[in-house]
Design a protein around this ligand. Structure first.
Ligand code: SD4
Length: 330
């Protein structure tokens, strides 16, 4: 088994994380999801893809007594600020006109929700989504209106297109072929779910969407029930991959409802992926969709269509990356 293990105390301490926990990569392992008897696992953080710095940040917030809402916001901000992450925040790949447009949403323990979509020039759209939730009578703001609201709230105007994203876009323009590649162009949207010390669940999702999308395209990530859904009585779920397909099944809501009916997070994610696959006919071979979920007891689950999706879980002092199980064994 090619199981790599590495301690990243150095990078954790540069993040100001007071933790002796090791960041462990479990390339070929899947998670042992046993809830310890009837003990509820909390706090806990789970996030799509390999985002150890983001889950470490969220964990730090929770360890300091922060709420799950603060944890998921601050965790997601790590990826938004990371210019090496080409599908979130600054450094995100642009649409086909060369503009980076961001989508994000956040949902809290009360079922309150805020979202922004197609926003330019603001890095921390997850925080902007939270402002929509907390400071406006609305739940969604789009485009110029969202941007204007951001400046009114003190957000900085920033250039989001980095030199390397610009170069990638210029290369893409040579053929201008729009064909999202499984696990590559769809990679790194961060969806994060957390349970805090009070046992309350919140979630967040932030992305630059699919690279070279049409101008104005919005995916699943900022849409309640599709990219994210939280019900503090039951659990939460979030999605990554081809947003158009997640939207058609309202995947995150579906998972939470399946958990309400008694399914584990793992079984609920599997059912939602099967639903996406079934609806797509044969097209599922060409796109990736992955879900992660958590229930009130702190049990987690993950499932995707094609091999290659992974996710981070921070619980019981350990920050680990796991390989998701997948549908397409062909
Ligand atoms: C979207 N679901 O905009 C997002 C893309 C994504 O990793 O998840 N990328 O459709």
């Amino acid at each position: 088994m090619d199981r790599r293990k590495f301690i990243q105390n150095a990078s954790l301490s540069t993040l100001g994380v007071v933790a002796t926990a090791s960041v462990i990569s479990c390339e070929n392992s899947t998670e042992n999801n046993n809830v310890l008897g009837s003990v509820i696992i909390k706090p806990i953080v789970i996030a799509t893809w390999r985002v150890p710095n983001a889950t470490a940040k969220a964990w730090e917030v929770l360890q300091n007594g922060g709420t799950s809402l603060d944890a998921v916001e601050q965790g997601c901000m790590m990826e938004e600020a990371d210019v090496k992450n080409a599908s979130v925040g600054k450094g995100g790949l642009p649409d086909r006109d060369g503009n980076v447009t961001l989508d994000a949403c956040i949902m809290d323990k009360n079922g309150d929700y805020g979202a922004v979509m197609c926003v330019q020039n603001i890095t921390h759209v997850i925080s902007l989504a939270r402002k929509v939730m907390e400071e406006t009578p609305h739940v969604m703001l789009a485009g110029k209106g969202a941007e204007k609201f951001g400046y009114q709230q003190g957000f900085k105007k920033e250039k989001l297109l980095t030199e390397s994203s610009k170069k990638a876009w210029e290369k893409w323009k040579e053929t201008s072929q729009y064909k999202p590649i499984i696990n590559i162009e769809n990679h790194d949207t961060i969806g994060m779910l957390a349970i805090d010390n009070n046992g309350d669940i919140s979630g967040a999702c932030t992305t630059s969407g699919l690279s070279y999308k049409m101008a104005g395209r919005v995916g699943d990530s900022p849409i309640i029930g599709s990219g994210l859904f939280i019900d503090n009585e039951i659990g939460g779920a979030t999605a990554t991959g081809m947003g158009e397909e997640v939207l058609k099944t309202v995947g995150s809501f579906l998972i939470v409802e399946l958990m309400r009916q008694g399914k584990t997070p793992q079984k609920a994610c599997e059912e939602a992926v099967r639903r996406v696959v079934k609806k797509s006919g044969n097209r599922f071979k060409d796109f990736q969709v992955g879900f992660i979920a958590i229930n009130k007891q702190g049990e987690t689950g993950a499932y995707c269509i094609h091999e290659g999706f992974n996710y981070n879980v921070y619980k019981q002092e350990e920050n680990k990356n796991y390989k998701s199980t997948y549908f397409n064994k062909a």
